[in-house]
Design a protein around this ligand. Structure first.
Ligand SMILES: [Zn+2]
Length: 391
């Protein structure tokens, strides 16, 4: 009697015997895989400024006449990232990007300082950025933008300020880094306005360049091939060319690199804004072909969403019907009413897409606060954040 196999065990064995082998082993493999996502050597953040879910949808419709045709929409990992500052529901670029770069939510207008900052009045605790962690560990770093290189989004990667408008003191922080030797590759726009603010702050592009032995060029073409830490601040910046040029330098790094690429996606002018997203996506596809996703993490997200909606239209007809008439006519407040597209020219509070592919990308899933993207990237590198009150 004591050798009798219990009926329940017999049933279990019988059930297992008829299951296909894959069905028996798959859960174990999945569990093991989930515990050990690949480590990233390199991370690139593609930041579509104001490029929320509706804008991505509309960009695909404009560029390809069909939804979900963008390259980033083919990426395997997707989450919805919540962007609000600590005290309001709707974010600006400063809080939005600071939260992603530092893992600490703050206040609108504040660049990578904690919520103890009072905008324009009092500094808060500096919050350590992903770029600073990368610099500290000897990686090469880069910041590239279609916008002013001192504007809130790029600034949140390399500077700390209680007021995003203080470009005259934000930009020079790139030359007096808290960690490592500071941003290695900087390509952005905003030359005239930054130049004016530098002079008002008692310095200039020339003075900064001489003091730190880093010339600040005004076009990409001026950079000598031998300069492996180039700074270009132009009146405009071709981010496609700039990003590929940056990769030529950053990909030489034995320890890896961290690169932030911002492309404006505000759709207050819907054709310009949506075309920007289509063009950004084409660049991303090209970068994706240049990197090895086994050791590189690519993240695409936005700092906040924007009030654009597709509320009509038919396949085969132009999405932006009525755009030319709107562009030529008198503007009426913050509302753009095209036949198929409604734009309320303001930031909005709903979550933005966070899309990821490559090493460590599988952590991007579900709803989460945008500060979680900081954790995703630190974990992809296998690094622990400093244990301080505000990092
Ligand atoms: Zn923004």
């Amino acid at each position: 009697m004591n050798k009798k196999i219990p009926l329940s065990l017999l049933l279990l064995l019988a059930t297992a015997a008829v299951l296909p082998a894959a069905a028996q082993t798959a859960p174990t493999e999945t569990a093991a895989g989930a515990q050990t996502p690949a480590k990233a050597k390199n991370i690139i953040v593609f930041l579509a400024d104001a490029g929320g879910v509706p804008v991505i949808n509309a960009a695909s419709l404009l560029g390809y006449g069909e939804p979900q045709k963008l390259r980033v929409q083919q990426w395997p990992h997707l989450g919805l990232s919540e962007t609000s500052p600590v005290d309001q529901f709707v974010s600006d670029s400063a809080n939005g990007m600071s939260s992603i770069m530092t893992g600490v939510k703050t206040r609108n207008g504040v660049i990578s300082q904690g919520p103890d900052a009072a905008r324009g009045r009092q500094d808060g605790t500096p919050t350590k950025t992903l770029l600073e962690y990368a610099e500290e560990r000897g990686l090469l770093t880069g910041v590239i933008t279609t916008q002013s290189i001192a504007d809130a989004t790029p600034a949140a990667a390399y500077a700390h300020s209680n007021d995003r408008k203080t470009w005259g003191t934000i930009f020079p922080q790139a030359f007096t880094p808290r960690f490592g030797d500071g941003v290695d590759v900087m390509f952005g726009a905003g030359r005239s306005k930054i130049g004016e603010q530098l002079v008002a702050a008692g310095t200039s592009f020339d003075k900064l360049g001489q003091t730190h032995n880093r010339p600040i060029y005004s076009t990409l073409d001026q950079v000598p091939a031998a300069n492996l830490r180039p700074v270009v601040v132009g009146d405009r910046m071709d981010v496609h060319v700039a990003t590929l040029k940056a990769l030529d330098i950053l990909q030489r790094s034995p320890k890896g690199y961290f690169l932030v690429v911002e492309w404006d996606a505000h759709t207050d002018d819907p054709r310009e804004g949506l075309q920007n997203v289509v063009d950004f996506d084409k660049l991303i596809a090209e970068v994706e072909r240049r990197v090895d996703l086994k050791d590189t993490l690519l993240v695409f997200t936005a700092d906040h969403s924007f009030g654009l909606q597709v509320d009509g239209g038919r396949r085969g007809e132009p999405l932006l019907e009525g755009y030319e008439a709107w562009k030529a006519g008198p503007k009426q407040g913050d509302i753009v009413r095209l036949k198929n597209v409604l734009v309320n020219d303001t930031h909005t509070g709903e979550e933005v897409a966070a899309l990821a592919t490559g090493a460590g990308a599988e952590r991007v899933r579900g709803y989460f606060p945008n500060t979680y993207l900081f954790d995703v990237m630190m974990k992809a590198w296998g690094w622990a954040a400093d244990v301080t009150a505000a990092r």
